[in-house]
Design a protein around this ligand. Structure first.
Ligand code: NAP
Ligand code: MG
Length: 401
């Protein structure tokens, strides 16, 4: 066959360890034989981030903003041990944090569903995508321990520190604790816009819940902003497509999620998203089956796997031992980016290729060929699961492709 051509390049952000190994193989075995791949390449591996004083991360994010679509390999976020292991100049910040800061985006995480890999919640038949608001609330709160006899107030000052307003929190008769947290309208608006944009791009309903009956100013602001952004920018398109925007109390949402069959985007406040994304990921199976995309309010998409660089497997690989690392989420990062590139460029062949690659990968597992992490989760009548080595799994998908 003639290779499928691309109009505009995608930004390719290479990474570290086992996922870097998978990265090269996915391109070699599953993409380059079929697609005349055009990428603008940035090496975000830790040694190169160190060499460029992390400038490469900033450049790659700016390139993503320019080209609109990026695909990212998992990268090491250095800690003290990594500083020593790699002889780093300093403990560089998380690349994902830097990229998110530049793109001002929201992260959407969606499990990859394959027949045979069962969810712990039997009713869940379609994926549930969680969108977590990654700014403010308790993650940047001030806290204090309060003694008996002390009183705490919420205090608002002008720019010079002159008191404007004061609200009592509590007069402590016995010792206790306090916490002050914040959010800003602009961030909530960006979050809302990203959620509605993403829901439309996936043609899915959007669900959102807060505790606005109890938190009449704080959570209520989230409710109001979502409503305002929806009505002024998205309602017409949602109605045209028959998609629902459901807002209700967060407890009600949780109950509806459990009763649902999946197939929607669930927007979560920061803490809710932190907790509930782990619940949803676990209910759907393995870390290797969780895909992730960062969507900015201006419509830039950066795709990646939700898991890390799978260090333990990489050390085995370096010793020449066999590994069976799940490449599904990294494949999905590539297919997500190719499909979005195809959509933005009006190139249906590229979109169709991405869909076919996803189908072939899913069917390979469905027919019993998979990596070790999935074997204990697999249940399908008449099919005995076979554990394949990392590269063999990709070659098995290629046979089908
Ligand atoms: P991890 O790489 O996600 O791996 C944790 C464990 O989960 C693995 O040891 C493995 O379990 C299992 N696992 C994860 N992905 C798998 C896959 N694709 N196939 C099979 N098993 C998989 O997390 P980590 O070990 O905590 O972090 C390693 C490095 O990744 C760190 O340097 C961290 O900074 C970085 N990280 C990067 C990102 C990112 O770039 N988005 C996200 C998270 C972490 P078994 O060992 O039991 O097989
Ligand atoms: Mg969490």
């Amino acid at each position: 066959m003639a290779k499928i051509t691309m109009k505009t390049p995608i930004v390719e952000m290479d990474g570290d360890e086992m996922t870097k190994v998978l990265w090269g193989w996915i391109k070699e075995i599953l993409i380059e034989p079929f697609v005349e791949l055009k990428t603008e390449y940035y090496d975000l591996s830790l040694p190169n981030r160190d060499k460029t004083d992390d400038d490469v991360t900033v450049k790659s994010a700016l390139a993503a903003k320019k080209l609109g679509v990026a695909v990212k390999c998992a990268t090491i976020t250095p800690n003290a041990q990594r500083v020593e292991e790699y002889g780093l100049k300093k403990m560089w910040k998380s690349p994902n944090g830097t990229i998110r800061g530049i793109l001002d985006g929201t992260v959407f995480r969606t499990p990859i569903l394959v027949p045979g890999i069962k969810s712990y919640v039997p009713g869940w038949k379609k994926p549930i995508t969680i969108a977590r608001h990654a700014y403010g609330d308790i993650y940047s709160a001030a806290e204090d321990r309060v003694e008996a006899g002390e009183s705490a107030y919420l205090l608002v000052c002008d720019g010079s520190g002159n008191e404007l307003r004061r609200k009592p929190i509590h007069d402590f008769l016995t010792p206790g604790i306090i916490q002050g947290m914040h959010n800003v309208d602009a961030s909530i608006e960006s979050f809302a816009r990203s959620c509605f944009t993403y829901a439309l791009s996936e043609n899915l309903p959007l669900w959102f819940g807060t505790k606005d009956t109890i938190s009449k100013t704080y959570d209520h602001r989230f409710k109001d902003i979502f409503r305002e952004v929806y009505e002024s920018e998205f309602e017409a398109e949602f109605e045209k497509r028959g998609l629902e925007f459901l807002y209700t109390l967060v407890d009600d949402i949780v109950a509806r999620v459990i009763r649902s069959e999946g197939g929607f985007v669930w927007a979560c406040k920061n803490y809710d998203g932190d907790v509930l994304s782990d619940m949803v990921a676990t209910a759907f199976g393995s870390l290797g089956m969780m895909s992730s995309v960062l969507v900015s309010p201006d419509g830039t998409y950066e795709y990646e796997a939700a898991h890390g660089t799978v260090t333990r497997h990489y050390y085995k690989y370096l010793k020449g031992e066999e590994t069976s690392t799940n490449s599904m989420a990294t494949i999905w990062a590539w297919t997500g980016a190719l499909n979005m590139r195809g959509q933005k460029d009006g190139s249906p062949k590229l979109c169709a290729f991405a869909k076919k690659l996803e189908n072939c990968a899913a069917r390979t597992i469905e027919e019993g060929f998979m990596t070790g992490d999935l074997v204990p989760l697999f249940e399908r009548e008449g099919v005995t699961p076979q554990k394949l080595e990392s590269r063999k799994f990709l070659e098995k998908i290629a046979e089908k492709l």
